[in-house]
Design a protein around this ligand. Structure first.
Ligand code: G6P
Ligand code: MG
Length: 235
């Protein structure tokens, strides 16, 4: 009897989970503008470099980082007021968003995935997720949305991605996360998921693959990832 030892593609991955800010839409710039305005008013020096630490991090944790940069500590009630002010400015920006602010290739890739029967979900720390996806016309395209309104623990805790995979009914190791933040990559790895970084490969060095944007992504790269992670089947 002849024993076959070829490896074949098995379509291991069943779902893709996308971070929102900086992956699907370019809201990272609005977060920065609003935090910068707050920092300026408080006399705290806050640069784009510092802003990297805020990506993927919850609203309150972001404020803590800014206060730490300024060497300030404030009572909880004061911090809540400041976070509310920042959010009001941020909401002013996002309430004017249009579908043109969907990042290049994002809509096309999500559609391609759906056509190929992959499940697609959002996994974001943002409490403003519903407003953003409504403004850019993407509310109906996701099979599941896990966001800052439904989860408690911030990335790098895996809660948001595990929640998305459980709503989809897909095991974590069959999911691929797309993330632009180092904290998000750690969250995906902590969830036991494959992970594609969007942006700078030095910052996102722990991702399984790093690309410049979703316009560089396609189904063939999913198959390559399956190979890279040893999910091909021996027949
Ligand atoms: C995302 C962004 C963070 C933001 C967080 C909370 O993860 O990358 O920069 O702080 O969401 O957003 P929210 O809209 O709830 O303030
Ligand atoms: Mg992000």
């Amino acid at each position: 009897m002849k024993i076959r030892t070829e490896k074949v593609q098995v379509m291991w991955f069943k779902a893709c989970i996308f971070d929102l800010d900086g992956v699907i839409v370019d809201t990272a710039k609005y977060h920065f503008l609003a935090w910068k305005r707050l920092a300026d008013e408080m006399g705290i020096n806050f640069t784009e470099h510092d802003n990297e630490r805020l990506k993927g991090v919850s609203r309150m944790a972001s404020l803590e980082i800014i206060l730490e940069l300024g060497g300030k500590s404030l009572p909880q009630t004061e911090k809540e007021k400041l976070a509310d002010i920042k959010n009001r400015w941020y909401v002013e920006y996002i309430s004017r968003m249009t579908p043109e602010e969907i990042l290049p290739g994002a809509m096309e890739f999500v559609r391609e995935l759906r056509n190929k029967n992959y499940k697609v979900a959002l996994g974001s720390a943002s409490k403003n997720t519903p407003m953003i996806i409504e403004r850019v016309g993407m509310t109906d395209i996701f099979d599941a949305v896990a966001d800052g309104n439904t989860v408690r623990k911030a990335k790098p805790d895996p809660e948001v991605f595990l929640k998305a995979s459980s709503v989809l009914g897909v095991d974590p190791d069959r999911c691929i996360v797309f993330e632009d933040a180092a904290a998000g990559i750690e969250a995906a790895l902590n969830a036991g998921m494959a992970c594609v970084g969007i942006g700078n490969s030095k910052i996102l060095k722990n991702a399984h693959l790093v690309i410049g944007g979703l316009n560089e992504m396609n189904i063939d790269k999913i198959y390559s990832l399956e190979k890279q992670l040893g999910h091909e089947k021996l027949v």
